[in-house]
Design a protein around this ligand. Structure first.
Ligand code: ZN
Length: 342
């Protein structure tokens, strides 16, 4: 905050609010300064907030943000108050401008990524929970391997996965389970359809559990029956790209260089244009967070980061292959948190 020359920060992002305060409710605002930590929420959540947000002063508010925030800030008297530019709607921003107008000598300052950059480096307890979340994703993939049969629809398969996740300890899912077969597998983020699974076509499964708020993210591509030569060829290129990247990860490596490690394997095999997305992304309280591993990233990999490595090849008339694992950067190397068979 001092580097950004702000003396008060208003936190509106849901994961940021939970990360800093422990409060898991879906509505509330944090106000943080050098000597104040306030959690403002409404009647529905005040009791829960008092129990969960240790060290925060819980203030019950009602009505418009522009009214109660102006009242609170009139007492705190910040001179430069920051807000999260990526986490407010335009109408919230207009209310913040009203607050700025009501106060004397207070200036509204947009900030980006202040809490996200803290969340990027995980505490040992967070890595332990992420590992638990990853193991549940592993178990779900193993379960699907035994349950999927030709004739079953993608939607039915996705529901089996979701049900298994929830029955085995996952909280409500952060993102929808993806089961994409045949030509649907050529769409990196296909939604499960009525398409029926069949022999010898690639089936991409992408799923994640959520444990104590922490997401996991795992993709495997499988084939019912014996894979044909096309499948074996594409699969082995993607696997080599993934393993090459994982072996090359180390603290201090630029995220764009990590992306390069995998991308050059796929390019050398002649499929560079068929790998159109990032190599990976951070995972934590959000399913996608920092760091970002792609050719444009300015992030640098560091000890205690947790992120995915997920190269893929997508061919419109055929289908696709993606292999995704979650790794934790610990003791100078990337350890696998997800361990389902490849
Ligand atoms: Zn992912």
């Amino acid at each position: 905050m001092s580097r950004n020359e702000i003396d008060l920060l208003l936190i509106t992002g849901q994961e940021n609010r939970r990360y800093l305060s422990g409060f898991t409710g879906s509505s509330g605002y944090l106000l943080v300064s050098a000597d104040k930590a306030i959690l403002a929420t409404d009647f529905r959540y005040t009791e829960q907030a008092k129990q969960e947000a240790q060290g925060f002063e819980v203030v019950q508010v009602k009505g418009k943000l522009s009214s109660w925030l102006a009242e609170l800030l009139a007492e705190i008297k910040p001179s430069r108050f920051g807000f999260e530019a990526d986490a407010v709607s335009f109408s919230t921003y207009q209310q913040l401008e009203e607050v700025e107008d009501k106060l004397t000598n207070a200036k509204l300052i947009p900030t980006k990524g202040l809490v996200e950059s803290l969340r990027m480096i995980k505490e040992p307890e967070e890595i332990a929970i992420l590992s638990q979340s990853a193991r549940l994703a592993d178990a779900t993939i193993e379960y699907l391997r035994s349950e999927l049969k030709p004739g079953m629809t993608e939607k039915e398969a996705a529901w089996l996965a979701e049900k298994f996740l929830r029955e085995n300890g996952s909280e409500s899912l952060y993102f929808e389970v993806i089961v994409a077969s045949g030509v649907n597998a050529a769409l990196p983020h296909a939604r499960p359809s009525e398409r029926r699974l069949s022999h010898q076509t690639p089936i991409i499964i992408d799923l994640g559990a959520r444990v104590k708020g922490y997401c996991s993210d795992l993709s495997r591509t499988i084939c019912l029956g014996n894979p044909d030569e096309d499948f074996k060829k594409i699969y082995s290129i993607v696997l080599e790209a993934q393993l090459t990247a994982i072996r090359g990860l180390k603290p201090g490596l630029e995220a764009r260089e990590a992306d390069r490690l995998a991308r050059q394997v796929i390019e050398a095999a002649g499929y560079g244009d068929a790998f159109g997305h990032s190599l990976g992304h951070g995972v934590g309280l959000a399913g996608h967070e920092l760091p970002t591993l792609n050719p444009e990233s300015n992030d640098v990999l560091a000890e205690n980061m947790v992120f995915t490595i997920e190269p893929g090849i997508y061919l419109p008339d055929w289908g696709g292959v993606r292999i995704e694992d979650m790794v934790a950067m610990e003791e100078n190397e990337a350890g696998l948190l997800t361990q389902a068979r490849k």
